[in-house]
Design a protein around this ligand. Sequence first.
Ligand code: URA
Length: 268
Amino acid sequence: MSENRPLNEAEARAALDWYRAVGVDFAVVEEPVDRFAASVTPSRSRPAPSSPISGPSAVPVAAPIALSLSADPSETTAIAAAAPTLEALRAAMEAYEGCTLKKRATQLVFADGNPEAEIMLVGEGPGEQEDLQGKPFVGRAGQLLDRMLGAIGLDRTKVYIANMVPWRPPGNREPSPEELALCAPFLLRQVELVAPKFLVTLGNVPTKALFQTQNGITRMRGQWRDLTVNSHRTRALATLHPAYLLRTPASKALAWRDMLSLKQAMEG
Ligand code: URA
């Protein structure tokens, strides 16, 4: 491609398809910014912090783009603890401006289902459809989840569903550890307020976060554990994420076993 020629329509469409495929689906500012040029221009307002590895020959590090807002989990912990009901918690989360995910999401995806339910399911974070509709698990993975629940006599009137992060991570990437740490107090408070008898984590991200383990989902799934979430004690089961099952149908047998185990626990 020649250096300064504007893209023709086909090239522009191909570039947009490429951006979308790699998760760039949102314009942060109106005009493009050349970050390569920015990285060689020393920032006046924000000098780069001195680093133990920086010396006379160290490559200058560009100051990070000021995207991160106040991201302090002690703040979200205090906000969540102050919410006496789910409605109050939802309102507090709607008002919270400290998470960058919110800036790029269409809306808050708080929860779906029955707050009186004995069973609570926790996923990772909203995808495209969830972001548009404002409800968790309404895309393809959600439809599979509904079928899994239906197979053991459950539907959304009998379960409560929420996610570790309530705003869609751009391009459906995994939430970062910082985003998880910041949003976890909201989810923990939701668990405490719903006070489910059984809690089911869907996939790696909520499993690692709630069981506080580095073990992956393949090791963790299928076994019941006691879990204390804030002041609430519950029985918890990890199972495979329905999006993973869509990609790996051979694993559905394992998820089926987990669903049967949940059914037995409910009846027991
Ligand atoms: N995947 C999730 O983890 N949560 C949703 O709400 C949808 C897809």
